[in-house]
Design a protein around this ligand. Structure first.
Ligand code: SF4
Ligand code: MG
Length: 321
């Protein structure tokens, strides 16, 4: 498999300002030394509780945020330091689908203008060409042609997310980062939007970074899955390997919480004690040691790094050294 995106030792820290002079008094270690690759045509799911850094990782990859350190390679090119015009051009190839379709669409713009805007920014196509292209995109995402002349408020949540998807597709990107694309939608329309994303992936040869907190949604969508905890990638594996044999104690707890309709397959739910610590002052050693049911003495001292335990299955935990 050929890699489309690779991040190496990516860190994204935010300053916390405080006091009378609004000085930086601390840092939020939102993404703390994360490395992974996404291959062409695959979907990498990124899961974890809210605040674990998965959205920040997605935004850093799309260069909506500057990394504190580390590298981002896209299609073999180091894009970490791209700025200005070069960045604008590179951005054609990677787009985002946002969690909240309500907030991400300009309410004063007609759908035709919303979807054609990225194309207009990069080309001098005639009105007719633009309109044909947008009409085709609207059809591909399952919206009626008259959607072109309507405004976002005239659509349901699921339809608005389809508008967001059409806009993301407008420049024929290679990578789409979808950040919780269905979590704001009614359960009844979630699977329709997920299936649409899958169909579009085949049709447009798309590669996805699919971010979500819901493990069943991620399972449905992904080829491989990475699990984040407190800014760290703690496990990454092929989907089937991860669900059948989760190795990290945190992943085991997450998976044990997925409702299992078949009582014979049901396993005991692992309830984690305590809260996720603050990313301003993360624990020493393993970031999970304060809540890990099987922590050892050394876990508060030694930070485990990702190790490949089985082919394609990496975990960061001393139990597997
Ligand atoms: Fe638990 Fe230790 Fe493994 Fe961390 S390194 S997950 S604390 S056993
Ligand atoms: Mg988020």
């Amino acid at each position: 498999p050929e890699s489309l995106l690779a991040i190496q030792n990516l860190k994204t820290y935010y300053p916390v300002k405080g006091g009378f002079f609004r000085r930086t008094i601390a840092e939020v270690k939102a993404v703390d030394d994360v490395s992974f690759e996404i291959n062409k045509g695959e979907t990498l799911g990124l899961v974890g509780e809210s605040g674990c850094g998965k959205s920040t990782a997605g935004r850093t990859i799309l260069k909506l945020l500057d990394p504190t350190s580390g590298k981002i390679f896209f299609d073999g090119k180091d894009i970490t330091k791209l700025r200005g015009k070069e960045l604008r051009l590179a951005r054609k190839d990677f787009q985002m689908v946002f969690q909240d379709p309500y907030a991400s669409l300009n309410p004063k713009q007609m759908v035709g203008d919303i979807v054609s805007e990225p194309i207009r920014n990069f080309s001098n196509k005639s009105m007719k060409e633009l309109k044909d292209e947008v009409m085709e995109l609207l059809t591909k995402v399952g919206l009626p042609g008259d959607a072109y002349y309507k405004y976002p408020h005239e659509f349901s949540g699921g339809q608005r997310q389809r508008i967001g998807i059409a806009r993301a597709l407008a420049l024929k990107p290679k990578l789409i980062v979808a950040d919780e694309p269905v979590s704001a939608l009614d359960v009844s329309v979630q699977s329709q939007v997920l299936n649409l994303l899958k169909e579009l992936q085949d049709e447009f040869d798309l590669t996805y970074l699919f971010i979500a907190h819901d493990l069943s949604v991620v399972k449905h969508m992904s080829d491989r899955i990475g699990v984040m905890y407190l800014g760290n990638l703690v496990e990454i594996a092929d989907k089937n390997s991860l669900y059948a044999e989760p190795l990290h104690p945190y992943t085991q707890a997450l998976i044990s919480a997925i409702p299992e309709p078949d009582p014979r397959k049901r396993k005991e739910r692992i309830i984690l004690q305590g809260d996720v610590p603050s990313p301003v002052n993360p624990p020493s050693g393993c970031p999970f040691h304060t809540r890990c049911p099987v922590a050892k003495e050394e876990c508060s001292r030694v930070k485990p790094t990702l190790k490949e335990v089985k082919p394609g299955h990496q975990v960061a935990c001393v139990l597997y050294n």
